[in-house]
Design a protein around this ligand. Structure first.
Ligand SMILES: C[S@@+](CC[C@H](N)C(=O)[O-])C[C@H]1O[C@@H](n2cnc3c(N)ncnc32)[C@H](O)[C@@H]1O
Length: 313
């Protein structure tokens, strides 16, 4: 029986008829050597990074395979012992300082198992600035262990001076104790038609993210797709408009789409052709200024506190 797609299913899929056109838009390492940007490049990132001109990248966002058995398209990443996995990390992380500009930063995603290896290898080449933990509600339940419902993202910089736009990633939170000054004026909070809110500094604990699922317009068949909102926080905080963002494991293209929507340039490298085509399709359909789910008029809102009419956007 033919699979009928549910009406509310908004998953982005590849139509066989569009594959040749998309394939023609996907780039190769030779394009990188020429200094071209705004590309999805189909190759192993070890070769891809080597082809990038020196000091041209302002932000690296890397979401590599974690140290567990996982199939990505036609290839399966196999779990290794920690030393082997650290070696594998070192193979591409060591190539990055050459291509990064003086004030560039790097973010590397991981789970709790490979977090220590990522920190160790990153600290050989970069100054570790922080570890972000984000709540990943879609975690798998376990019979004899705590359900894993969080992941880490290590944040490091090449030098002591680095781009960090704190105001661009403030989080709007509902005010529980609306203190006023002696004159009765609100202390660092504001009242709008939806309630009382305070714009708070973004912390290293992110609990306002939703992993893409079938009725979200950003969803794709990629097995480990990250939310656009997660990438938006990173791109807004650690790059300026017009700067160049590199993702050596771009998968379905999330970081490239977000960079384009936020007026940054991008290079996304991916080994699997099918994912390259998916990423190419997503970036072609994205344009600067397009909405990012969870970012409303340039503001992030704490989970369940966004004004009602914005919550389902
Ligand atoms: C965790 S996924 C990234 C998902 C991505 N953040 C997204 O939102 O779709 C890792 C990706 O790296 C790709 N990959 C694995 N080894 C690679 C390599 N050596 N060079 C480039 N890409 C690679 C995999 O095919 C997979 O799509």
């Amino acid at each position: 029986m033919e699979n009928v797609r549910a009406k509310r299913n908004r998953t982005i899929e590849l139509d066989p008829a569009e594959k040749d056109t998309l394939r023609a838009g996907v780039a190769s390492p030779a394009d990188l050597s020429r200094g071209a940007r705004d590309l999805i490049v189909c190759c192993d990132c070890h070769h891809g990074i080597d082809a990038i001109p020196a000091q041209s990248i302002d932000l690296v966002v890397a979401d590599p395979p974690y140290n567990l058995r996982r199939t990505f398209g036609t290839r399966t990443f196999v779990e290794q012992d920690e030393a082997q996995y650290a070696n594998w990390l070192d193979g591409w992380i060591s190539k990055l300082p050459r291509v990064m500009s003086a004030q560039a930063s790097i973010y590397v995603c991981c789970d709790w198992r490979c977090s220590s290896a990522v920190e160790r290898v990153l600290s050989r080449y970069f100054i570790i600035q922080n570890r972000i933990t984000w709540e990943r509600e879609k975690g798998r339940a376990a019979l004899r262990n705590w359900k894993s419902a969080s992941e880490d993202i290590w944040f490091a910089s090449l030098g002591t001076q680095y781009v960090y736009n704190a105001d661009a990633v403030k989080l709007m939170r509902r005010v529980i104790a609306p203190y006023t000054d002696k004159g009765g004026q609100a202390k660092d909070w504001e009242q709008n038609e939806f309630g009382r809110f305070r714009a708070t500094a973004a912390s290293n604990l992110w609990t306002d993210l939703t992993v893409p699922f079938w009725s979200m317009p950003e969803n794709t068949p990629h097995p480990t797709q990250k939310p656009e909102k997660l990438l938006a926080k990173i791109v807004l905080a650690s790059s300026n408009p017009g700067q160049l963002v590199l993702d050596p494991f771009v998968g379905s293209g999330t970081s490239a789409v977000v960079a384009k929507k936020l007026g940054r340039h991008f290079i996304g490298i991916e080994l699997e052709e099918e994912y390259c085509l998916l990423a190419q399709k997503r970036v072609q359909n994205a344009s600067p200024g397009q909405p990012i789910q969870g970012l409303h008029a340039g503001t992030f809102w704490e989970r369940n506190s966004a004004p009602p009419k914005l919550q389902n956007m």
